[in-house]
Ligand binder design. Structure first.
Ligand SMILES: [Zn+2]
Length: 281
């Protein structure tokens, strides 16, 4: 029986986030960080996953697919899943209309269809945020799952039609038929390890140790006798551990080696499987 499932997920942003006016604005040097991700980081992560024989899910903006086709083709050829991550990597809340957001999602689907031959089943929001229109757009395009929310830690749940007025109680609403496979800022390499203007570098070993501890905690929860309460905590078939990696962050030395140690630690435990997100859903 599977006691714990690990979903290695890769947000293959390449240059796309650096096209938007952010804390650094429009700059060739910032774009070079994205080029590193496409030309060096992604091949390193793919090589690591190949050596360890683990599947993964890559969320690839259409901009990356259309700008850097070779590493994207390698993702597909080596059996990894491709999920939607916008075309332009614009955070959904920044669109001025439903039409504009919908057009970007449609264009991203076209890029993925050109790459893989089929439409993606899953969506991960750029910046892990939804606009008021995102859920209905995902429904319209028939997405089966999302991996952008945080209402659970290690357990998938149903996206719902929420109602969140400022002056009335919050209502969860009805399920919309899309499974959410939750993420966590605590298991994302970007806030922990990417340099960002006002922040010093993290202790890399501490970050990887933190990720290992989270996995061990989840694994130990799964071992406990299944009361209905622990089932809610961990899920029937054990927890789902989703980690989010960016080639331009985790592809830099010495992180691929530290990632290898983390994956080997997890793989060495009985009942641990590595899966693509669609396989979990
Ligand atoms: Zn991204």
């Amino acid at each position: 029986m599977t006691r714990a499932t690990v979903c290695l997920t890769v947000d293959f942003d390449a240059v796309s986030p650096w096209l938007h006016a952010g804390e650094f604005g429009d700059s060739p040097v910032q774009r070079s960080r994205g080029r590193f991700g496409a030309e060096v980081g992604a091949p390193r992560l793919l090589g690591l996953f190949d050596r360890l024989d683990v599947p993964s899910t890559w969320f690839i903006p259409g901009h990356t697919i259309d700008s850097f086709p070779e590493p994207c083709q390698r993702v597909v050829d080596e059996g990894h899943e491709v999920g939607h991550h916008g075309w332009s990597h614009t955070p959904p809340g920044e669109y001025e209309s439903r039409e504009a957001e919908r057009a970007d999602v449609a264009r991203g689907i076209e890029s993925i269809e050109d790459l893989t031959g089929s439409a993606p089943a899953g969506y991960r929001s750029p910046s892990w945020d939804f606009s008021p229109n995102t859920v209905s757009i995902l429904q319209e395009f028939g997405f089966e799952w999302s991996s952008s929310g945080m209402a659970r830690e290690f357990e998938p749940y149903e996206l719902r039609e929420e109602h969140a007025p400022v002056d009335d109680p919050y209502e969860l609403g009805d399920p919309v038929g899309i499974t959410e496979v939750p993420v966590s800022w605590q298991r994302d390499d970007y806030p922990a390890l990417a340099f960002s203007g006002n922040r010093a570098f993290s202790d890399e070993a501490a970050v990887f140790d933190h990720w290992r501890r989270q996995f061990d905690w989840m694994y130990e929860q799964c071992e406990e006798p299944r009361s209905s309460e622990s089932r809610t905590q961990s899920g029937e078939d054990g927890g789902i551990y989703v980690i989010t990696l960016h080639p331009q962050v985790s592809g830099r030395s010495p992180r691929p080696g530290m990632l290898r140690e983390l994956i080997e630690h997890m793989a060495a435990k009985p009942g641990v499987e590595f899966a693509r997100v669609s396989d979990v859903v």
